[in-house]
Design a protein around this ligand. Structure first.
Ligand code: SF4
Length: 407
């Protein structure tokens, strides 16, 4: 059996397109959800007939707003996945959900469809900030959503937050983090707002209408978050991700030991391990390829409906529009950029050797020496292997570090 391979399914529907969002998602197309689900099942069956033998350790429904699908729609997608793949008995299966799009009945149905983790897009607890982001919920809806999820039996919840919003103060960010901790999530993600080209936020910022987030304040928010969550017993295992520290103390996070509630699906990405991307606009990394699917919903449905696709080999499907055969150099670059995000586990020389056949310093001696001298990377020894990881300063300046590993 070959390397475990995860599955990402993209659900590109939202009730409203938020002004800061550059994801592949569409508002006002909910009428096409049934046809989209049928097409997604066809893509699952297509790849299921071609795949090599592997186990699926994690499945992730991302979006868009996956929680717009009904319980029976999740059930039929999960049934297709169980028929097509060998899914691990304890697989982590996550859906992203907007707090305002769930009900007790829907969550019961989702739980029965073997989905065992929910990631709620909370973003802020402050009504004015949520309005500015054009999010349709308020924090009371979040409280209700978490309570409903607990009652439906979910014991693995992530709450997603965004900081460095225009006009956000350190105090308002602290209020959000403290309120969120009251809800006792197993996992917290906190990302700085990025102003994406092509979004209304990006356009308004370039015209000077939207105040840019202050980078020094953003750094203060990030540093405060690292300290506060650590004191609150959440282990930071990735630049922007924390997991409730149930058994593992922060000091015991090692190359292959993570907190119990670390997101197993995202660890697959950060460890540069393979995953299939299914659905409109999904990206995948498997069989030596990085590839992506067609963006538009209608074209995606048409491509899966018209089944004249003789010469496609794993992992490509009728929906694939971009494919890149990875060179070893591509894999090494991606590996460094992904693995260095794991702020405690870092990159182990022993793993690098077993993946690429040479020592880390044989390939990156100058880069590592420069980064260690600049105080951005530190070297430790763990289980007899040298481990390289970001320092606290390196976490703030991650992009400068990653650039050193790009050709
Ligand atoms: S709900 Fe999420 S995915 Fe949908 S438009 Fe807003 S930010 Fe983007």
């Amino acid at each position: 059996m070959s390397t475990d391979t995860s599955i990402y399914l993209h659900i590109p529907f939202c009730k409203h397109r938020c002004a800061y969002c550059d994801f592949n998602t569409y508002a006002g197309q909910e009428a096409t959800i049934p046809a989209y689900v049928e097409a997604l099942i066809k893509e699952i069956e297509f790849i299921g007939n071609q795949k090599p033998d592997f186990n699926v350790p994690t499945i992730f429904f991302g979006g868009g707003t996956p929680s717009l699908l009904s319980g029976p729609q999740f059930d039929s997608i999960m049934s297709a996945l169980f028929s097509a793949f060998s899914i691990s008995a304890n697989a982590e299966v996550t859906i992203e959900a907007n707090p305002g799009t769930i009900s007790p009945a829907k969550l019961d149905a989702i739980r029965k469809a073997s989905i065992n983790r929910i990631s709620f897009g909370v973003q802020s607890s402050i009504t004015e900030e949520l309005r500015m982001l054009e999010r349709s919920h308020d924090f009371f809806t979040v409280i209700e959503a978490v309570s409903t999820a607990r009652k439906a039996g979910f014991n693995n919840l992530n709450l997603d937050l965004i900081y460095a919003l225009p006009e956000q103060t350190l105090a308002s960010w602290q209020t959000t983090v403290k309120r969120v901790l009251e809800l006792e999530p197993e996992h917290i993600s906190a990302y700085a707002l990025t102003l994406e080209y092509g979004t209304p936020f990006g356009r308004w910022a370039s015209k000077g209408i939207l105040p840019l987030p202050d980078p020094d304040l953003a750094a203060d928010m990030y540093e405060w978050t690292m300290d506060y969550l650590q004191q609150s017993d959440y282990a930071q295992y990735e630049i922007s991700n924390w997991a409730k520290n149930v058994e593992n103390r922060q000091s015991t996070v090692t190359f292959d030991s993570f907190p119990e509630f670390a997101c197993q699906h995202n660890l697959q990405y950060w460890r540069s391990l393979p995953y299939l991307g299914l659905g409109a606009g999904a990206h995948g990394y498997a069989g030596g390829y990085r590839y992506s699917n067609v963006l538009r919903i209608k074209t995606y449905i048409d491509r899966l409906t018209d089944s004249q696709h003789a010469n496609l080999t794993f992992p490509l499907t009728p929906a694939t529009v971009n494919q890149h055969r990875q060179t070893q150099r591509d894999d090494i670059s991606d590996y460094m950029i992904n693995n260095l995000r794991l702020v405690q586990a870092g990159v182990a020389d022993s793993d690098f050797r077993s993946r690429f056949g040479s020592g880390l310093l044989d390939v990156f001696q100058k880069e590592m020496e420069d980064l260690i001298r600049a105080g951005l990377i530190e070297k430790k020894t763990s289980d007899g292997s040298e481990v390289f990881r970001l320092t606290r300063r390196g976490r703030l300046l991650g992009n400068q570090v990653f650039l050193r590993f790009v050709d």
